[in-house]
Design a protein around this ligand. Structure first.
Ligand code: PMT
Length: 221
């Protein structure tokens, strides 16, 4: 049995990858399966929260009792999240968001011509950074996926994006990161504290994270 410590709270979780179209048949994306974010959404619902799950394209079933909103591009994800920000108490941003998108989306399938081709990209909005500027009462949690210098990069992100906490995970390890059922995470806090964990199931990571979020929400009462 789970504690109902999040009852009466509204939590928005974003999960999965984004897709940026190149032409009608191709896109730029990443390896996020959505598992980490879906486990957080499921765990928050178990603990009594009203959960909105803003999800990129994944092949997971929607957790029971969670309001899932499906999006594809970064623009759509941003719009969906910003339009609901005022209504929620916490945002947990697990989605793996594309930093760049193709400058143009070809109307028809691009045909093979010369031996090489160049794809021009434009920078996408950083949704989490924007949330850090717009937040009022909300607890804001980010994730940092890194292949090296995890602590240094996570610390930079917690400050640059005005977060209440960031979950760092090394990606590229067979027991951690994209697509796996387990994750090796470290929680970083704005006061400099860090909490490293051994490999845990993503469901267990979800509950550990929600213990911290629940504590932060209580502090704000
Ligand atoms: O989905 P799984 O297969 O279970 O894999 C889980 C995971 C590895 C995707 C997850 O644990 C994780 O690390 N998610 C964050 C991935 C990511 O985009 O990290 P980042 O370091 O590039 O971004 C930092 C933070 O800023 C993230 O919270 C991200 O959602 C956010 N961001 C990034 C870029 C952008 N343009 N907008 C954003 O909001």
């Amino acid at each position: 049995l789970y504690p109902k410590d999040l009852s009466g709270k509204k939590i928005m979780v974003s999960a999965g990858p984004t897709r940026e179209a190149i032409d009608p048949v191709r896109y730029i994306s990443n390896r996020s399966s959505g598992k980490m974010g879906y486990e957080i959404a499921r765990a928050a619902e178990y603990r009594g929260a009203e959960v909105t799950l803003v999800s990129g394209p994944v092949s997971l079933a929607s957790p029971l009792g969670v309001d899932r909103l499906s999006v594809t591009s970064v623009g759509e994800m941003a719009e969906t999240i910003f339009s609901r920000l005022d209504d929620v108490d916490a945002v947990i941003k697990v989605a793996a968001v594309a930093d760049y998108r193709p400058r143009t989306r070809a109307e028809h399938k691009i045909k093979k011509k010369s031996d090489d081709m160049t794809l021009e990209l434009d920078k996408n909005i950083d949704i989490l950074k924007e949330l850090g500027k717009r937040k009022t009462r909300q607890v804001l949690v980010g994730f940092a996926a890194e292949t090296q210098s995890l602590a240094e990069n996570a610390r930079k992100k917690i400050e640059a994006k005005n977060l209440d906490m960031i979950v760092g995970n090394l990606v590229g390890d067979p027991a951690s990161g994209f697509g796996t059922d387990t994750n090796i995470v470290t929680f970083f806090h704005p006061d400099g504290r860090k909490e490293p964990f051994e490999s845990m199931g993503k469901d267990v990571v979800a509950h550990e994270l929600l213990n911290r979020v629940s504590g932060l929400l209580k502090e704000r009462l």
